[in-house]
Design a protein around this ligand. Structure first.
Ligand code: PLP
Length: 398
């Protein structure tokens, strides 16, 4: 008979090898430490500091009160897909059909997961520039594909060009994963660089996943989507979402736009795994797209001021930091301190109560750097910079 005092079962042996072998996120480890420390100024998490704009919140409340709380079409609300196409036309200069070229996803996160799962066979190779968003390498591992990282450097403001891709290319490279503007470096590419990258992708017959989640957060110049370049629309999956530019991280809403066969392939997975994105979030997203650009522009202007303040102060304090041209992250070098990035972040947190993320959380190419998210308001940023100065003074590295 079953007794209460069974020997403890070792459940770890039930875990699949590809998950057991997955590395723990550097960010997760670090934030467990942050959570145990009181009174921290966090420049750690990549989140807008603003509340979601009121009209978006109102739309969600109305949606809840009027019964829009059911499953939607697997692809997403038809009106939302139409609005996404209008937005893509004006912001990405690319036309998509709402009926079969747009899929509403649970954040860009789901879009990325679906894209990799539906395009890659085991052993296929994926090129991505590094330092890169924390989920790229593990997401590639999870589908048994092989990552081919291409290092970008501070000397080139972490932008990417075709020669670096040519040098890293290997037979079997099927997919190029781009994130411009880039998390964690703020790197962007000029139109000329993007054109060379597009020619490279065409010449090597690669498909491109372009994660443009920070496209509204360009501080100088305008955004160019690789999907809008000649010959690229048919080989690009454009991923975008509402988390960053619209301050809607908790809504978990994004979308993928691309050629119908690729959207259909992603949809095949999505219909079984997710069914549809959350209905009330879709209603909020619809309101966000109908808002016009004012709210996004207001937030971008504040982030630009905060970027300027933060980068000026930490350069003055003795760290070397390029001016990030997009996203909301600064990626200073901490090499002059004599500490490695993990030690720097740990001492800044435990001795001075400021959280930044060690650069190696974003791959080996992040060595010698830390990532600081500058969405916090001026007062918090100034306090954080005071604390960074104190750490540097204690290290005698000024
Ligand atoms: N892609 C990049 C480059 C990101 O930085 C993030 C979030 O930080 C995501 C995707 C995930 O975005 P979402 O909230 O839309 O899932």
């Amino acid at each position: 008979s079953l007794s209460q005092s069974q020997p403890t079962l070792d459940t770890t042996r039930f875990i699949a090898r590809h998950v057991a072998g997955l590395r723990r996120s550097g960010i997760r480890d670090f934030f467990e430490l942050v959570a145990k420390t009181d009174g921290v100024i966090s420049l750690g998490i990549g989140e807008p500091d603003f509340d979601t704009p009121q009209p978006i919140r109102d739309a969600v409340k109305t949606a809840m009160d009027t019964g829009k709380t059911h499953y939607t079409s697997n692809l997403g609300l038809p009106e939302l897909r139409k609005e996404i196409c209008r937005y893509a036309e004006s912001h990405f200069k690319t036309s998509y059909r709402p009926d079969d070229e747009v899929l509403v996803t649970v954040g860009v996160s789901e879009g990325l997961d679906l894209a990799l799962r539906s395009l890659l066979n085991p052993g296929d190779k994926v090129m991505y520039h590094q330092p890169c968003y924390v989920s790229y390498a593990p997401s590639v591992d999870l589908v048994h594909a092989v990552g081919v990282p291409v290092a970008t450097s501070a000397a080139e403001q972490f932008s990417l060009d075709a020669p670096a891709l040519q040098a890293a290319w290997q037979p079997g490279c099927k997919l190029l994963l781009l994130n411009l503007p880039c998390n964690p470096t703020g790197g962007v590419c000029s139109r000329e660089q993007l054109e060379r990258i597009a020619r490279f992708a065409i010449e090597k017959d690669m498909i491109v996943i372009s994660d443009e989640i920070y496209s509204e957060l360009i501080f100088e110049g305008t955004h160019t989507s690789i999907a809008s370049l000649p010959g690229m629309r048919e080989r690009t999956l454009l991923l975008h979402g509402f988390s960053k530019a619209f301050a809607m991280t908790g809504f978990r809403l994004g979308y993928a736009c691309g050629p119908a066969p690729l959207i259909e392939a992603m949809m095949k997975v999505h219909q079984y795994s997710m069914l549809c994105a959350p209905s009330i979030s879709q209603e909020g997203a619809l309101a966000a797209l109908r808002l016009g650009d004012d709210a996004t522009k207001f937030m971008r202007d504040r982030y630009r001021e905060r970027r300027d303040l933060f980068v000026r102060r930490i350069n003055a304090a003795g760290l070397v930091c390029h001016l990030p041209r997009g996203s909301f992250y600064a990626f200073p070098s901490i090499a002059s301190t004599g500490l490695d990035e993990g030690e720097f972040a740990r001492r800044l947190l435990t001795e001075h109560k400021v959280a930044v993320v060690p650069g190696t959380a974003f791959g080996d190419a992040g060595k010698g750097h830390v990532r600081a998210c500058f969405t916090a308001n001026e007062q918090k940023l100034n306090l954080a910079c005071d604390q960074i100065e104190k750490l540097l003074a204690s290290l005698g590295s000024r």
